[in-house]
Design a binder for this molecule. Structure first.
Ligand SMILES: N[C@@H](CCC(=O)N[C@@H](CS)C(=O)NCC(=O)O)C(=O)O
Length: 225
């Protein structure tokens, strides 16, 4: 990457894999631009990486790569951004389970189409409909039905938060200790995702952990539903 070139990350606002790349760029203080793709603009994705997927990193003019962890590792190992900051992933680190399945999708997906103003990737009605159809297939129920399970999903989320709270260390920036690791790149985006839920209360250690990344520059959802 030439020293004048500012990389661009193409994202959907709601995409946790995109937050992996974005939060990493904030903690490593890598100057970058964020561009939003419209969710059903299939060509806009495929022209760059041959697939309908985000995040996409433009790492040199007209040169693109996909896969969030590949992007993060590529950037972390690029000499022009200094020494690598991420420790290897540990299977037994705090938050591994939460990162895998902490936030029920049924709580999040319907809200993504309710926040106002609409998220940038859902700027058109067809983009929102594309998302709704795809995610209803995935959930095997309509968003309206998912909303009837709200209480059950909130109980699951609360249980998962309590578990995470019991695992987290006090006052360290990363889950492994006072340094960052791949585990943080996996965990923070899942917590970020939950921030769309209006009125959600986080346990204190979880909140302090999240605040660290927010202070580094990775803002949570501005609007909730
Ligand atoms: N393995 C990929 C997964 C990325 C991924 O699943 N991205 C979702 C958005 S969160 C996506 O682009 N889905 C395409 C679609 O929904 O049409 C990565 O880590 O980058």
């Amino acid at each position: 990457m030439s020293s004048q070139f500012v990389p661009t990350v193409y994202v959907y606002e709601h995409c946790p894999y995109c937050i992996r790349v974005r939060v990493f760029m904030h903690i490593k203080k890598i100057a970058h631009k964020v561009e939003y793709l419209i969710h059903d603009d299939i060509k806009g994705h495929e022209d760059k990486v041959g697939a309908k997927v985000v995040p996409i990193l433009e790492y040199a003019p007209g040169k693109f790569m996909k896969e969030s962890m590949d992007i993060v590792k590529y950037l972390d190992n690029l000499a022009e951004y200094g020494t690598p900051i991420l420790a290897e992933r540990k299977d037994d680190a705090p938050g591994v389970q939460f990162a895998a399945a902490g936030v029920p999708n049924g709580l999040v997906f319907p809200r993504l189409l309710k926040v106002q103003p609409p998220l940038p990737e859902f700027a058109t009605e067809s983009a929102a409909l594309y998302f709704k159809n795809k995610k209803e297939d995935y959930l095997k129920m309509t968003f309206e039905e998912a909303e009837t399970h709200e209480q059950k999903y909130m109980e699951i989320l609360k249980r998962n938060f309590d578990q995470l709270e019991s695992e987290l260390k006090e006052g360290t920036k990363g889950v492994q200790g006072d340094f960052y690791s791949i585990n943080d790149i996996e965990l923070f985006p899942r917590l970020w995702t939950a921030s769309i839920i209006k009125g959600l209360k986080y346990p204190p250690k979880v909140k302090a952990y999240m605040d660290h990344y927010v202070q580094a520059g990775m803002a949570l959802y501005k609007n909730q539903a």
